[in-house]
Design a protein around this ligand. Structure first.
Ligand SMILES: [Zn+2]
Length: 664
């Protein structure tokens, strides 16, 4: 029996994050300059927005102590996983190829280093897209969020220790289960110290349900799509990646770690004293993350809003692919924070970007953050009830001037457009109720017919060139997408489509849209970004997955043709964790029933969870574990091999801006 089929669970690529860059080749054609329509649009942005207001720059620089190291390398010294100096170009006036509003945000997000917030509270910003916050408690340090890679988290701690007294970490707090807030934990503390009770880890209720489990099921797709959202494969530059919206970028190829929390915050409001520091936790589930909490420090008059407030509109739906978030709840939580802490807060910090100082400014900031989510929610629903479709709503809604003219509500990460569509999705799902859209032809067939009706590719391209000159980039991108899907070898269509996407990228105020457009342009011109094959899974992730999730990850790889007409029942007993499962294949569906063994099974396997984990991270194989006596088999051992042969390998990449040539 081969082992590789057991180890290609998608989380490997999602979390390992190593990327081979198509863009690394110098032989590739350079991106083009901004077109006149793009320049005109940027001039309008410069006129419309309050660029004279430089308060954010003061706040972002306030309390600066020391800069970050230039480069962070991987633990084995083989790769640079993070480099702030690659963004040294983000200075001065906006180039014609970057929306001036985004350029301003990119400058703010480039301000990096160790900062003092107030006495005893420090932040490291710019080492990831997220922040690490350090509280000097009575005998040691409380570290809030640990970035996404152990290497960057360690660099953050080193920077802190170079500038502050070396005291031990006594507690870690995860504000929520997104990878950029816990993945670096082993760069901060060792698992042994946590197990020995020397370090406590606090997290919101249901943290572990979401830390790894939520990302693995569609992990490959999310990873591939996240390249479009964050742009880590785009070269940083005036014609490339400049920002990620609420931070610079995500690190590449670092070590992703996870230590389970020791203490969960379960009450809606819960006061704890950690190493002499009183903290009031506020649970805000199903807002920015399914499990999340904010923290108030009464002694310091500091409010930490985790990721529920940002100096940008956040995502109700992230372009990498997420379940939609609840704008109504999100807004309510911000209102609760304002009500409960507003008049006793001098500094508001968060786990991305810079703080806000002063009670009046904080109240104004919280109100605007509260109202932008409520506005998007309410106005989208209002239009939904007037029969608007998602695209109609996205193109109709405009923020009120009081919000639109405030920098903190501009859409650098989320946008009004795709967030409004998320509200539609939350209430009504994918279908707009128009039966013409109920079962349209699939993309390739649709494209071929469309191009045929347009009079052929050459005619469509000729007309699209005129529209490109007129600055109608959205339309040109859309039509060229049809021509490319009808014939991916049509070089002219690919080039013109790329040109249109590129101008849209240059025009975009949202870093996420810019990254998506420029990735699309790059892949139309040069083909797909190459990804390395899936590596071994992170042991930390494997260990955190419930066994039934592992069986379900096999289930989503079941090839229905190979499984056609097959049936089997396998019993599984995990002795160390006391769990039993019946795994049933029938009707080309693989189901598992926890807490039960079938009375009659084709085979039964008795092993430890630890042995299963070792197989999943490729330290051993099923065959070797059976030989070594680590797995006891009853019945027909060959049945497992039969099942494995029906599981597809999952490719780590797939085309997005062109049709799949050999889609299975
Ligand atoms: Zn985050």
């Amino acid at each position: 029996m081969t082992t590789h089929v057991f180890s290609s669970i998608p989380v490997a690529v999602l979390l390992a994050g190593a990327i081979l860059l198509a863009s690394a080749s110098a032989a590739l054609a350079q991106p083009k300059d901004a077109e006149p329509a793009t320049r005109r649009m940027h001039a309008e942005v410069l006129r419309a927005l309050p660029f004279g207001d430089r308060a954010d720059f003061d706040d972002a620089q306030r309390g600066f102590i020391a800069p970050l190291p230039d480069d962070i390398t991987s633990a084995d010294g083989q790769r640079t996983i993070w480099s702030v100096k690659r963004y040294a170009f983000v200075t001065g006036n906006a180039p014609a190829t970057v929306n001036p509003s985004l350029w301003r945000q990119a400058q703010l997000n480039t301000i990096n280093g160790l900062f003092k917030v107030v006495d005893r509270i420090y932040q490291i910003r710019g080492l990831d897209d997220s922040n690490m916050t350090i509280v000097e408690s009575n005998t040691g340090l409380i570290v809030i969020d640990t970035l996404s890679a152990a290497e960057s988290a360690k660099a953050a701690m080193d920077l802190y220790y170079q500038n502050r007294p070396r005291k031990p970490v006594v507690a870690v707090i995860y504000t929520h289960p997104h990878a950029d807030h816990f993945g670096g934990v082993k760069g901060v503390v060792g698992e042994d110290a946590v197990r020995a009770g020397q370090v406590k880890i606090f997290a919101p209720d249901r943290f572990m349900d979401h830390a790894a489990a939520d990302t693995v099921m569609a992990g490959t797709a999310k990873f591939r799509r996240s390249l479009y959202q964050f742009g880590p494969a785009l070269p940083p530059g005036e014609r490339g990646q400049v920002d990620a919206g609420h931070g610079k970028n995500i690190p590449r190829g670092g070590t992703f770690t996870l230590i389970a929390p020791t203490d969960l915050i379960r009450e809606r409001y819960e006061a704890r004293t950690i190493d002499g520091i009183p903290i009031e936790f506020h649970l805000v589930p199903d807002s920015e993350a399914p499990a999340e909490m904010t923290l108030y420090f009464p002694q310091f008059r500091v409010l930490n809003m985790a990721e529920d407030t940002n100096h940008t509109l956040h995502n109700l739906y992230a372009l990498r692919g997420t379940e939609v978030r609840d704008a109504r709840l999100w807004s309510r939580y911000i209102n609760e924070s304002l009500e409960r802490y507003g008049d006793r807060t001098d500094v508001l910090i968060a786990q991305h970007q810079w703080p806000t100082w002063g009670a009046d400014k904080i109240a104004a900031f919280l109100k605007k953050q509260r109202d932008m989510y409520k506005f998007i929610h309410d106005q989208s629903v209002r239009l939904i009830n007037r029969a608007y479709t998602p695209t109609d709503i996205a193109d109709t809604l405009k923020m009120p001037a009081s919000l639109a003219n405030d920098w903190s509500t501009r859409g650098y990460y989320g946008t009004l457009s795709h967030n409004a569509k998320a509200v539609y999705q939350k209430y009504l799902g994918w279908y707009d109720a128009n039966p013409a859209n109920l079962s349209p032809l699939p993309p390739i067939e649709y494209a071929r017919k469309t191009v045929e009706y347009m009079g052929g590719a050459a005619a469509a391209i000729a007309r699209a060139r005129e529209d490109f000159k007129a600055g109608h980039y959205r339309w040109v991108a859309s039509v060229m997408n049809q021509v490319v899907f009808a014939d991916p070898a049509n070089r002219q269509a690919r080039e013109l489509g790329a040109d249109a996407l590129e101008q849209l990228g240059y025009q975009a105020e949202a870093a996420t849209w810019r990254n998506a457009y420029l990735m699309g342009a790059m892949e139309l011109r040069h083909g797909m970004t190459k990804l390395p094959p899936a590596g071994a899974l992170s042991f930390d992730v494997i260990k955190s997955l419930p066994i039934e999730m592992i069986f379900d990850l096999w289930a989503v790889r079941l090839n229905p043709e190979k499984a056609e007409g097959k049936a089997m029942v396998l019993n599984w007993t995990f002795t160390d964790v006391g769990e039993q499962f019946t795994l049933t294949l029938e009707n080309s569906a693989l189901t598992n029933l926890p807490g039960k063994l079938a009375a009659t099974a084709d085979a039964g396997f008795t092993l430890t969870r630890a042995t299963l984990d070792s197989i999943l991270v490729r330290q051993t194989t099923f065959a070797n574990a059976i030989k070594a006596g680590d797995i006891r088999v009853e019945g027909e051992p060959g049945k497992l091999g039969e099942l494995v042969a029906m599981l597809d390998d999952i490719p780590t990449d797939f085309p997005i801006v062109e049709p799949a040539q050999a889609r299975p």
